[in-house]
Design a protein around this ligand. Structure first.
Ligand SMILES: Nc1ncnc2c1ncn2[C@@H]1O[C@H](COP(=O)(O)OP(=O)(O)O)[C@@H](O)[C@H]1O
Ligand SMILES: [Mg+2]
Length: 297
């Protein structure tokens, strides 16, 4: 009897133990699953962080490249500027003393025209290389809408003459950011001029300029229904002297200058484009106050 009981008890005990072990196992399994989940979240976070570091490294390298190029190009431009101005003076002196009907006069007029074109290129390069060094303009709170209005007034003739449909859409209360206004005007103008060039031969000559608050940024969007940008050119947009336009018409310094200005404001310049459909440019300017005074002076 005793033997039978102890056998039953043993069975019961081992059954209970088995159940306990099964329970422990299921807890361990759940814990393993939880840890695996945690690991995969951490993995995603790690990938994100790695991505950010990679992007930041590319940015830093680009910034270093631009800074070095700016110093180099600025030095060359500066050295070229004085003798070129002297050449222009000599040409203009000769023009003054020549018979306007003579063949030499016409040749010298062409020389004057070409020299002025060189001077224009030099001026843009100097603007690019001096941007960082310039600190004369104090950052002030400015309404982006005022800047856009000024640009449209400036280009009213060209817009009308080419029958371009420019739509403007800004919030009623405006879009106010701390910025160096003339610099942001220059950047926005450069971007808008490209949009004008892009719609020149389009069927639908439409450009939309919109402003909005988006998270920590004030955003100016310039969207055109122009020729669009080829995929292979997207990464060259901010390279100095990159242009797909007619030689002599364009210098290819509009976007490097715009990019440098927006970088100095700790902003972002984002391009999306589809060939034959159009281009959308986003200028993001951070809203946090006080950043300008630290970073731009
Ligand atoms: N909105 C746009 N639509 C089509 N192409 C554009 C646009 N903006 C820029 N691009 C391309 O980027 C190039 C560089 O622009 P930019 O630096 O302003 O120089 P540029 O206007 O003198 O060519 C242009 O030549 C053009 O190929
Ligand atoms: Mg341009």
């Amino acid at each position: 009897m005793d033997n039978q009981k102890s056998e039953k008890q043993l069975l019961f005990e081992s059954n209970r133990r088995l159940q306990e072990v099964a329970q422990e196992l299921s807890i361990a399994k759940k814990e393993r699953e939880r840890l695996l989940d945690e690991l995969s979240v951490k993995n995603v976070e790690l990938k994100d962080a790695l991505n950010k570091v990679q992007k930041q490294t590319v940015r830093l390298m680009q910034a270093a490249k631009m800074a070095a190029l700016g110093v180099f190009a600025g030095g060359v431009a500066h050295e070229l500027n004085n003798p070129l101005m002297a050449v222009l003076n000599y040409i203009q002196f000769c023009l003054k003393h020549l018979d306007k009907e003579s063949q030499l006069y016409k040749v010298l007029q062409d020389a004057e025209h070409e020299t002025k074109r060189c001077a224009k290129v030099i001026k843009t390069v100097l603007t690019f290389s001096r941007l960082k060094a310039e600190g004369e303009e104090d950052p002030v709170e400015t309404d982006c809408y005022i800047i856009v209005k000024r640009i449209l007034e400036l280009l009213a003739y060209r817009i009308e003459a080419n029958e371009i449909n420019v739509k403007v859409d800004f919030p009623d209360q405006g879009l106010v950011v701390t910025m160096k206004p003339s610099k942001i005007q220059q950047a926005t103008l450069n971007i808008f001029l490209n949009a004008l060039d892009a719609v020149q031969v389009s069927k639908d000559k439409e450009i939309v300029i919109a402003g909005k608050y988006e998270g920590d940024y004030a955003v100016i969007v310039i969207a055109d229904k122009g020729c669009g940008i080829e995929e292979k050119d997207m990464e060259k947009l901010f390279d100095p002297f990159f242009t797909t336009k007619e030689a002599g018409k364009s210098v290819g310094m509009g976007l490097p200058i715009a990019k440098q200005i927006i970088d100095d404001h700790q902003g972002e310049l984002i391009y999306e484009s589809e060939l034959g459909v159009g281009t959308k440019v986003k200028i993001l300017l951070p809203l946090k106050k006080g950043y300008c005074a630290i970073n731009l002076k």
